[in-house]
Design a protein around this ligand. Sequence first.
Ligand SMILES: Cc1cc2nc3c(=O)[nH]c(=O)nc-3n(C[C@H](O)[C@H](O)[C@H](O)COP(=O)(O)O)c2cc1C
Length: 156
Amino acid sequence: MLDSLWPPTAVGGISLPYRLVMAPMTRDRSTPEGVPTELNAESDTAELYPALLDALRPLGLAYLHVMHAGDEALLETLRAQWPATLILNRGGTDVPTRAKDIDNGTADLVSVAALALANPDLVERLRAGAELNAPDPATYYGGGAAGYTDYPTYTA
Ligand SMILES: Cc1cc2nc3c(=O)[nH]c(=O)nc-3n(C[C@H](O)[C@H](O)[C@H](O)COP(=O)(O)O)c2cc1C
């Protein structure tokens, strides 16, 4: 079920062992949805983001990272418009759901944030079919080590 995550790949000349990357570790990304505050709200995503991609495409960027919150038609449009590497963050979904986006060509790589934070050995756990630690949102952005370095690792 997760087989699509494991083939190695390369992005912009950087070799990656898997097709699973940690979302907050990636850089600029195109985010038509999931706005953090009302000040960032956009009402014209269907026009804006295709136009943005038209402008970005000639720049030869290594990848496009899309944070997706449910507009499947827009995602399909962006995929069709982006011939290079597309990293998809299908926030809040489980990992098998994300892996399907590689199988069906929607994404070349998928990113995870909260689950990667809560599972320092996420890849080993997924490969072993082990249970995942549940992320604790109360520790996000805390400014300290709590919630960042203290989740237990998996023991077989
Ligand atoms: C603790 C924490 C820090 C995050 N920091 C960033 C960040 O610096 N930049 C960013 O674009 N997104 C950041 N995010 C958002 C994630 O990249 C991601 O879009 C969101 O958590 C939903 O995806 P997920 O279900 O994989 O966690 C952060 C998320 C968490 C939980």
